[in-house]
Design a protein around this ligand. Structure first.
Ligand code: TYM
Length: 333
C-alpha cells in the first residue's frame, strides 16, 4: 500500500473529550504507522474566541500531553503546534484572495456562530474554513481524519485547493477527503439530550479523557433521559438513544442488548442503566487518564516533541509555499 499524506488537528479549548477521541484521535493513532501523518494543535483557530494568553498556552500544552497519552508517537508522525508555522497564515492569506463572501457566509458553522455569539462575528470566524483549508493543503493531504461535524469544511478545502490550481494553471494541491477507515464519519452524542458531545453546551455535556471516576459517575447520573417508554417496542427518545449509542462504544454487546430489551419491555430502570454505563466509561478511560498523569509534568518531553514537530512540519510547508509563490509570480530578482 502506498503511503498517503494525512493531516488533522484539534482546537485547544481545554481537555480533550470522548468525542474528540473517538471522532479523531483514535484514528490518528491507527494511521500514524501506515501513512505520512501531520497532526497539530489548532491554536490559530482558537483566536476567534479571544482566549487570554495564559489559558491559551495552558490549553495548547494540555492537548499536546493528551495527544501523547492517547498514543501519538512523535517518531512515527509529525506532531506540532500550528502557531509554530507562519507558513500557514501566509497560505491562508493567499487563499483568502480567492474566497468569496457569499460562499463563506453560507457555511453552517459560521451561521451557527453568528447566531450564538452576535457580539463577536469577526472576520476570522468568516474565514475559518480558509484557514482550515490552508492547514490541510499546505502538506498536500489527501485524507483528513475528523468527526462528522467537519465534513462541510473538507468540502471547502477541496474548493479552495482546486480553485488555486485552476487560477494559476498548476496542479499543486490534490483533493483532501474526510476519513474514517471506510466507515461513516462519527458523531458522538452529548449527555444533555441534544446533539453532539461538545464543550459549548457546558462541561456536563461532555466526558473528558481526564475526568476522575467520581466525576464521570456524577455526570452520568445527571445525563438526561425521559419519563420512560409508554408502550412496549417503541423507538427510544433522542436523549435515551444517545445513551444507548455511548453504551455501544464502551460496553459489551450483552449489556447493550440487556438494556435495549429492558427498554422494549418497558421495565428499564434508568438509574441502573446510567450507573452501569458510568462504570464502563470509567474502565474505558482509566488507562488514558493514568497516562495523562504520567506525562503531565514532563516539560522536557513536551519541549522536545514540539521542537522536532515544528522542524518536520516547516520543511513540508516551505516546499508547498515555494510552489505557490512561484505560481503566483512572486519570483524575486
Ligand atoms: P474541534 O477542535 O472542534 O474537534 C476536534 C476533532 O474532534 C472531532 N469531534 C467529534 N467527533 C465526533 N463526535 C463529537 N461529538 C465530536 N466533537 C469533536 C471533530 O470532528 C474534530 O475532528 N476545525 C477543527 C479543527 C481543525 C482541523 C484543521 C481539523 C483546524 N484545522 C485541519 C482537521 C484538519 C475543529 O474545530 O475541531
Amino acid at each position: 500500500m502506498s503511503k498517503e499524506i494525512i493531516v488533522s488537528g484539534i482546537r485547544p479549548t481545554g481537555n480533550l473529550h470522548l468525542g474528540n477521541y473517538l471522532g479523531a484521535v483514535q484514528n490518528f493513532v491507527k494511521m500514524q504507522y501506515e501513512h505520512n501523518c501531520y497532526f497539530f494543535i489548532a491554536d490559530y483557530h482558537s483566536l476567534t474566541t479571544h482566549p487570554n494568553p495564559q489559558d491559551l498556552h495552558q490549553n495548547v500544552r494540555q492537548v499536546l500531553v493528551e495527544y501523547l497519552a492517547c498514543g501519538l508517537n512523535p517518531d512515527a508522525c509529525t506532531l506540532y503546534v500550528q502557531s509554530d508555522l507562519p507558513q500557514i497564515p501566509e497560505l491562508y492569506m493567499l487563499l483568502n484572495m480567492h474566497a468569496y463572501m457569499g460562499e463563506l457566509e453560507r457555511v453552517a458553522s459560521f451561521k451557527e456562530k453568528a447566531r450564538t455569539q452576535p457580539n463577536n462575528i469577526n472576520a476570522g470566524l468568516l474565514t475559518y474554513p480558509v484557514l482550515m483549508a490552508a492547514d490541510i493543503i499546505i502538506h498536500k493531504a489527501t485524507k483528513v481524519p475528523v468527526g462528522k461535524d467537519q465534513e462541510q469544511h473538507l468540502e471547502m478545502a477541496r474548493t479552495f485547493g482546486n480553485r488555486f490550481n485552476r487560477m494559476y494553471g498548476k496542479d499543486i494541491f490534490p483533493e483532501p477527503y474526510a476519513f474514517n477507515f471506510g466507515k461513516e464519519l462519527v458523531k458522538i452524542p452529548g449527555l444533555q439530550g441534544g446533539g453532539k458531545m461538545s464543550k459549548s453546551d457546558g462541561d456536563n455535556n461532555v466526558i473528558n479523557l481526564i475526568d476522575s471516576p467520581e466525576l464521570i459517575r456524577k455526570k452520568m447520573s445527571r445525563a438526561v433521559t425521559d419519563t420512560g417508554p409508554s408502550e412496549p417496542n417503541t423507538a427510544p427518545s433522542a436523549p435515551v438513544q444517545n445513551l444507548f449509542d455511548l453504551m455501544k462504544i464502551v460496553s459489551t454487546e450483552d449489556k447493550l442488548t440487556f438494556y435495549q430489551q429492558a427498554y422494549a419491555n418497558c421495565n428499564i430502570r434508568y438509574g441502573d442503566f446510567k450507573k452501569d454505563l458510568a462504570e464502563d466509561m470509567v474502565t474505558f478511560l482509566t488507562p488514558v487518564r493514568e497516562k495523562i498523569a504520567d506525562i503531565q509534568s514532563n516539560n522536557e518531553l513536551l519541549k522536545k516533541v514540539a521542537k522536532i514537530g515544528k522542524e518536520k512540519a516547516a520543511e513540508s510547508a516551505d516546499k508547498t509555499l515555494a510552489e505557490c509563490r512561484e505560481a503566483i509570480g512572486f519570483r524575486g530578482f
